[in-house]
Structures are given as C-alpha cells and as structure tokens.
Design a protein around this ligand. Structure first.
Ligand code: HEM
Length: 290
C-alpha cells in the first residue's frame, strides 16, 4: 500500500513510521508551546514581536537539524534518518512563512509599510533573500519537481541551502542588539556542519573516523573562539587578545567556543559507541552464520 502524500506519519511503503511521528511532534513543539503560553504572550509588552522572534528562532533550529541529517545518518549508522529530511526542510519553511506573515501583521498589514521596512534595513534585505531561497527549495521539494528537474540539477539547486543558512545566520546576528553568545554558538554549530562535509570530501570518504571527529571538534572550537574575539574586538575597539583572556573566566558565562567543543566531543563519543556496537553486532552475526 502506498501512503497518500498528506499522511506524513507513514513511510513510502505506507507503514506507520515512529521516526516520522517523532519528527512531526518535534516540528509541532514550538507551536504547541506557544498555544500553552498564549495568555502570557498576549499580555507581554509586544506579543507580535515575541511571536516573530519565536518563529525565526525555531526556523533556524529546524534548518540546522535538516543540515545535521547527512552527518548524523553516518554517525548513528542509521541511513533511514534521511527519510525525515524533506519533512524537516518543509517544516523550516512553514515557520519562516509564519515569521514573515507575523512581520506583515506587525506592519498593520500595510503592504507599502511592509516593503518600505524590508528594503530600508540591511538585516531585513538579507532575511528576505534567505526567505526567497527557502521558498524556492520548498517549492521544488516534491517528487514531481525532483523528476522534472532531474537528480543532478535538483541536487545542485538544493546546495543553495548552505548559502541560505549563512544568510539566515547573518540576519540573526544583525538583529541581535546586545549579547551575541547564542548567535555565536549557532554559527559554531553551522561551521561544524560545513567542516564535516569538507573533511569528508577531502578524505574522500562518507564516514569520518572518531579521531577525525575529535580533530574537527577542536578546530571548530578554536575558530569559534577566534571569530568571537575578532567580532567583539571590532565592535568595541579592544584587542582580540584581551577578549581571549576572558575565555577561562567562567563567572561571566561559558563562552560559545567551549559549548561548541562540548557538542563536538559529544558527537565523537556517540560515534565511538556506535562504531563499537556495530562491530559487536557484525561479529555476533558472523558467529551465528558459521
Ligand atoms: C523577508 C524575510 C524576513 C523578515 C522580514 C524578517 C524579520 C525579522 C524581524 C523583524 C525580526 C525581529 C527583529 C527585532 O525584534 O528587532 C527577526 C528576527 C529573526 N529572524 Fe527574521 N526575517 C526574515 C527572514 C528570516 C529567515 C529566512 C530566517 C531564518 C531561517 C530568519 C530568522 C530569524 C531569527 C533566528 C531571528 C531572531 C530570533 C530570536 O530572537 O531568537 N528570518 N526577523
């Protein structure tokens, strides 16, 4: 039995899929949370602005999770993970569509004001380019469009996701008024996702060793520390070395470089466990077959 395309909880063969159900719940969580907090949001200072922020933030999270599918299907030795990539990508677009609709509502549904705002602020122009890119990818994500474009052209088009993610991160940084710790952490994770692909391509492999993953975590963490120090140095006209001196000062908070290092090490640890587990099951199967 084939599943109807709207039956998102069924896989291609029409079977109920736990993975797809989990992805759907994950995608709906921010919406459900906002519904539960509706009263609190409505009585806040700027309810529409609060919702714009929530939708933008979660769109970026889902974009990151979509990009994490490729490395994680290898690290978890779970190729089937690719089955939820399209759902996550389209889910990202739904949140970004809500983000823009809420922004339009915040401009009192006045098209002139809406266009004027977007075209007069650099961070909104950058957001708009990323938005159009995501819309193009969502529109070409159906089986029919994959067939019409042909595999190679479709893949090339969808590689635009890397540039779109970069624009979304710039938009995120630019709209942040004070503390850039969270955007810097997000940028560090994005760097890891890109560096993983580059290293795999350079080593001509689809699976990086645990040692390579440890090296990757370390290198990305160093770049995150350096990026943060240079950014703060430029913004506040201080020496980047002065900024770096604060990296061991945990009283002011844990710097994003450490957070990225911890995340990278956690991924390497998961890889080591999965590699051992796979070796054991392969050996057990070989013994059973003898
Ligand atoms: C035309 C397109 C877009 C418009 C008009 C727009 C507008 C906005 C506005 C008004 C804010 C709040 C700024 C403030 O309060 O000062 C915001 C924040 C944000 N936007 Fe967008 N945006 C667009 C596209 C995007 C895209 C494509 C993404 C990412 C996928 C994105 C992600 C975010 C994020 C992450 C935030 C900050 C959320 C937070 O505070 O945690 N935006 N955007």
């Amino acid at each position: 039995m084939m599943a109807a395309s709207w039956q998102l909880w069924r896989d291609r063969r029409g079977r109920l899929s736990t993975l797809r159900i989990a992805a759907l719940i994950f995608l709906l969580t921010p919406l459900i949370k906002a519904i539960f907090q509706a009263n609190e949001i409505a009585h806040g200072a700027r309810p529409l602005n609060e919702l714009i922020h929530r939708a933008g933030f979660w769109a970026l999270v889902f974009l990151g999770v979509t990009l994490a599918i490729t490395p994680f299907r290898r690290i978890l030795r779970y190729g089937n993970l690719a089955d939820i990539r399209r759902m996550l990508g389209v889910g990202t677009f739904c949140y970004i569509a809500a983000h823009l609709t809420l922004f339009f509502a915040d401009q009192s549904y006045d098209p002139g004001k809406f266009i004027h705002e977007i075209t007069h602020r650099v961070y909104l122009i950058i957001g708009a380019i990323a938005w159009i890119g995501l819309a193009a990818l969502a529109a070409t994500s159906t089986d029919g469009m994959v067939r019409r474009l042909g595999g190679l052209r479709w893949r090339r088009l969808h590689q635009a996701i890397y540039a779109i993610a970069l624009l979304a991160l710039i938009h995120y940084f630019q709209q942040t008024k004070a503390d850039v710790t969270v955007p810097t952490f997000a940028a560090g994770l994005f760097l890891w996702l890109m560096a993983y692909r580059l290293l795999a391509w350079w080593q001509d492999t689809s699976e990086l060793s645990t040692l390579s993953l440890l090296g990757l975590a370390f290198a990305v963490s160093v770049l995150t520390f350096a990026g943060e120090a240079i950014g703060i140095a430029i913004a506040f006209h201080v020496s980047p070395l002065r900024v770096l001196e604060t990296m061991f000062d945990f009283d002011v908070g844990i710097r994003p470089g450490w957070q990225v290092l911890a995340a990278g090490f956690a991924v390497a640890a998961i890889d080591a466990v999965m590699a051992r587990w796979r070796n054991r099951t392969t050996r057990a199967r070989a013994v059973a077959a003898e």
